[in-house]
Design a protein around this ligand. Structure first.
Ligand SMILES: [Zn+2]
Length: 383
């Protein structure tokens, strides 16, 4: 193997066998300063192969006892040299022939590729880029819709949908007003479920779920509008889609869309519920929500009031709330005090109640009629 110092060019000659494509002859080789010197026996032309042009038939290892060499400068010719002494000395002159050099040559392009990839990703992360969020932005609308249908169905399984016509009309009036405020062409699809827990969540595809408990506990239409605006903030920023992709990976998300019979589908809702959002996502939803309220001319105080109310109600409902906490909208939401301060800091603007008194009463009784929700269409399992 290569020694740490290059030995002085030796005068030692070694027996070799030279082939030049047409004939073979015995020869001697010598590790000269300028290269490997090959002198055919019987007086043929002497060749010198520069060390950096040398190629070995196989990488030179510690236990290599002979070597078959060729040179880029002398196509078609090879020289076979037996003897571990020669091989060891050769490795010092032409380290590129060693196994270690060979491994490095093979690995280097990959290492460079990986290094570039890592620094590119690091740079993108540093600039606040989220790969899952970017991918979520490319999901076709129909996929998001389907993902949302599945998530909504599994998160509300066992609960009836509130279907009083006047209540639905009032809710639509409110959500359309907010969507216009957000400059959206398509309003969010908001559904209410006959569920006593106070809850609200956004699922993919611009869908929002509210519970009867939330509507009942709200003291004004502005409070419901505040929660809706916050959840719209999640939807506009694609937080539900991003959470799902981050949790299951893009490949699984695609499989989910294509097949639909994947086992992951059944647990989708539960999974989405357990994901929660990061604090950063919550702040983003608040910020967008406040813009939505402002655009719609609805006072922002309802947002702060209602989250405060949820905290109070959750605090007094004891052990039950602990088991339900994973799907509580409070789980990762910013502290109530922080939200209240942000809302207070908003410059005032002209505002009217989110709904008139009559529509508000109609919304309050949206669960006076309930229906069993339709199951989302699912492809039959392949087997
Ligand atoms: Zn939230």
């Amino acid at each position: 193997m290569p020694s740490s110092t290059t030995p002085a060019a030796g005068s030692a000659t070694h027996y070799a066998r030279l082939r030049d494509g047409k004939s073979a002859s015995d020869a001697t080789v010598r590790l000269a300063l300028q290269g490997l010197e090959i002198s055919p026996k019987g007086g043929g032309a002497r060749r010198v192969w520069r060390y950096d042009t040398l190629r070995a038939g196989e990488p030179v290892r510690r236990n290599t006892i002979d070597v078959l060499l060729s040179s880029r400068s002398d196509p078609g010719a090879t020289v076979f040299v037996p003897g571990p002494d020669f091989v060891a000395a050769l490795a010092a002159y032409a380290p590129q022939l060693t196994e270690r050099a060979e491994r490095w040559r093979t690995a280097r392009p990959w290492l460079i590729f990986v290094a570039i990839l890592f620094s590119a990703i690091a740079a993108l992360y540093a600039s606040g880029w989220s790969p899952a969020q970017t991918i979520a932005g490319f999901l076709p609308e129909s996929w998001r819709q389907r993902l949302g249908d599945e998530a909504r169905a599994s998160m509300t399984e066992g609960y009836k949908q509130c279907a009083d016509a006047n209540g639905i009309a009032a809710l639509e009036k409110m959500s359309e007003r907010l969507a216009r405020g957000a400059g959206m062409e398509k309003p969010f699809a908001v559904t209410v479920y006959d569920w006593s827990l106070m809850n609200a969540f956004a699922v993919p595809g611009g869908q929002i779920v509210l519970t009867r408990g939330l509507i009942e506990k709200a003291q004004s239409p502005d409070e419901v509008a505040g929660v809706l605006a916050h959840e719209m903030g999640h939807g506009i920023k694609l937080h539900p889609e991003t959470g799902i992709i981050r949790a299951i990976g893009l490949a699984a998300a695609v499989e989910l869309m294509m097949g639909g019979s994947s086992g992951a589908l059944a647990n989708l809702g539960l999974m989405l519920a357990q994901l929660g959002y990061t604090r950063a996502a919550e702040r983003e939803a608040d910020a967008v929500g406040l813009q939505v309220l402002k655009g719609a001319g609805v006072a922002p105080q309802g947002l702060a009031d209602f989250f405060k109310r949820i905290e109070e109600v959750e605090g007094e409902s004891g052990d039950l709330s602990k088991t339900l906490r994973p799907i509580s909208i409070l789980r990762t939401h910013p502290p109530t005090a922080e939200r209240a301060a942000i809302v207070k800091a908003q410059p005032t603007y002209p505002a009217t109640p989110a709904l008139d008194a009559q529509s508000w009463q109609e919304l309050k009784s949206i669960c006076s009629r309930t229906i069993t929700p339709e199951k989302p269409e699912r492809d039959a399992p392949a087997n």
